[in-house]
Unconditional design. Structure first.
Length: 199
């Protein structure tokens, strides 16, 4: 059976249900995501479209709690320096300065998606793979959240090497995954702003 067919046969939500149910989850139970579940989510990720079907995505998975804590602490320090003179970032500075704040919200798994070499469309390709992964995670009862805060630390040479990324590679789309500790609150969306529609 092909990987795509086995994904289909296991599906319990339709696409619209998953799109509507997915929310950024910021509170996780300590339960680990097992390897089989993670592999099925990665198979969903690689079904994403990619420019010229280059499929540039590489996946790095971090489930080591000490390593996640180290990345979070370092990310917070880096972001505080970067935001030091930004008046609009006061709220984020307070959060980042708080010792109890974990940028990964105690999630048990971080998946970092990035290309081995950056090209014109590789960021788009990786984010499309990320969305597939998050929708499949939602269907599997898992929560997820993109963690843009992690991008600077994940692209330091030492962390890239730990992630298995080549020197030419880029950590583009970091996602946390895990079992939600509580149902995330609803998040409103504005109606689509259609600025032109030529007929
Ligand atoms: C590129 C990107 C980066 C994000 N970075 C963070 C982050 O660092 N921390 C966080 O808590 N949420 C982050 N988010 C999640 C957004 O805040 C969230 O998707 C948004 O508030 C809408 O909520 P929803 O996903 O529940 O609909 C990020 C989302 C995207 C798309």
């Amino acid at each position: 059976m092909s990987a795509a067919r086995s994904l289909l046969e296991n599906s319990r939500m339709n696409v619209t249900e998953a799109i509507l149910a997915r929310r950024a989850v910021r509170a996780y139970a300590p339960r680990k995501v097992d390897d089989a579940t993670l592999r099925s989510l990665l198979r969903a990720a690689v079904q994403a479209p990619s420019a010229m079907n280059r499929q540039p995505w590489l996946f790095s998975i971090v489930q080591d709690a000490a390593r996640l804590r180290r990345y979070s602490d370092r990310a917070k320090a880096m972001l505080l320096v970067a935001m030091a003179s930004d008046a609009k970032a006061a709220h984020y500075r307070d959060l980042l300065a708080s010792p109890g704040f974990d940028i990964f919200y105690d999630a048990t798994t971080l998946v970092v998606i990035g290309p081995g070499e950056r090209g014109a469309y590789t960021d788009a390709d990786c984010w499309l793979a990320a969305e597939n992964l998050m929708l499949a995670a939602c269907e599997a009862g898992l929560g997820s959240c993109c963690i843009g805060f992690a991008i600077p630390v994940l692209n330091t040479p030492e962390v890239k090497a730990e992630l298995g990324l080549p020197a030419s590679g880029v950590a583009v789309a970091p996602l946390i995954l895990g079992y939600p500790a509580a149902a995330p609150p609803p998040v409103e969306r504005a109606e689509p702003k259609i600025v032109s529609w030529s007929r």
